[in-house]
Write a protein that binds this ligand. Structure first.
Ligand code: SF4
Ligand code: SF4
Length: 334
């Protein structure tokens, strides 16, 4: 199964509006990073490698909301760092929901029990909990024992309180197709999260671990095996069928990183949150001052192994919405 219907309908209306306005580049979702600090030290995370002076900073609510407003994006994924360490994160979420944005709050879930009472269930709000595998695999990924059990308990607590809960899983080069199957079966059938997001690991420039990322052939082989025997259709994956086909190697897509840009304490990251080629002050400046033809696989050696959601899901969504056949497939979750 594919993206939730509400999200698909909302995106469809937004894309139609961009077409009428004849806009060529526009954001579908902004990755908002209102802080870089985190309560964990996962291997492979470059956010926490920022200088101490930056790790202390928290983005003011007005700045976060103004950036999203300026971009015009209909969806926001709030990450970090750990967003629950931001003292006004609930206010940022509230103000974005008041502006009719669809909001995903990403978290490692450790602080959820302490902060859950600050939030209310809302049809446009979902928790996005980071779970990279079953107990041993996840605890190894976040470099701390007990975090998997904490995350599972937090998900159940949020579900009991009436919240929509989604999961986000990154796969690394040590993961087998069976690892992918096991964690997605667990999230889908046992934990019963609403939707699941998946991502092949990619060694972005600031990541301290440059070794455990997946190459393109490896990624395709991993997902083709994992998705086989009809499993893909049984999982509530929060991706378009075209993007999942891309992960399996069924077809190629071009990178459209302007569709899922990243805004942090440093500004709008050029050209995407995986590469670090400077920052723009506004989304408009990001669009106008980035040489987009210079990015994507085949255009830039830094992009060669990238099959990331932020670069290729926008392309997949645009292809889906532009094709009646793919739209029907997306709605049917094929
Ligand atoms: S929980 Fe997320 S932000 Fe925190 S260290 Fe791990 S990957 Fe980085
Ligand atoms: S392919 Fe696109 S999303 Fe991936 S690193 Fe390059 S610019 Fe970023």
């Amino acid at each position: 199964m594919a993206m939730p219907l509400r999200q698909t309908v909302r995106l469809g209306g937004y894309l139609l509006k961009q077409k009428v306005l004849r806009k060529e580049k526009f954001p579908l979702l902004v990755e908002l990073e209102p802080l870089f600090a985190c309560n964990l030290k996962c291997a492979g995370c470059g956010k926490i490698e920022q200088p101490a002076s930056l790790l202390k900073q928290r983005m003011p609510v007005e700045q976060a909301v103004a950036a999203i407003e300026e971009s015009g994006a209909p969806m926001v994924s709030i990450a970090g760092g750990e967003p629950l360490m931001h003292p006004q994160i609930d206010e940022i979420v509230r103000q974005l929901l008041d502006r009719n944005k669809i909001v995903f709050l990403c978290t490692n879930a450790v602080l959820m029990p302490k902060h859950l009472h600050k939030f209310k269930p809302h049809r446009n709000f979902a928790w996005m909990v980071h779970i990279d595998g079953l107990r041993d695999r996840h605890d190894a990924s976040v470099c701390k024992d007990g975090v998997f059990d904490q995350a599972v308990a937090s998900v159940k607590m949020a579900q009991e309180a009436g919240f929509k809960v989604m999961s986000n899983t990154t796969f690394f080069d040590g993961d087998t197709a069976q690892d992918v199957i096991d964690v997605l079966d667990f999230l889908n059938n046992d934990l019963k999260v609403d939707n699941m997001q998946i991502s092949p690991a990619f060694a972005y420039e600031k990541a301290p671990d440059q070794e455990h990322w997946l190459g393109v052939d490896q990624t395709r082989e991993l997902f083709a095996k994992a998705f086989g025997d009809g499993r893909r259709k049984q999982w509530r994956l929060n991706h378009s069928p075209v993007f999942l086909d891309f992960l399996e190697g069924k077809h190629e897509l071009a990178c459209t990183a302007w569709g899922i840009p990243s805004y942090s304490l440093l500004g709008w990251q050029k050209p995407c949150y995986l590469l670090d080629e400077g920052y723009a002050k506004t989304y408009k400046e990001l669009i106008e001052e980035t040489d987009w033809a210079n990015y994507g696989r085949g255009n830039n050696p830094k992009c060669e192994n990238c099959m990331a959601h932020c670069g290729y899901e926008p392309t997949a969504v645009l292809a889906t919405m532009g094709s009646l056949r793919e739209s029907i497939r997306a709605a049917a979750g094929a």
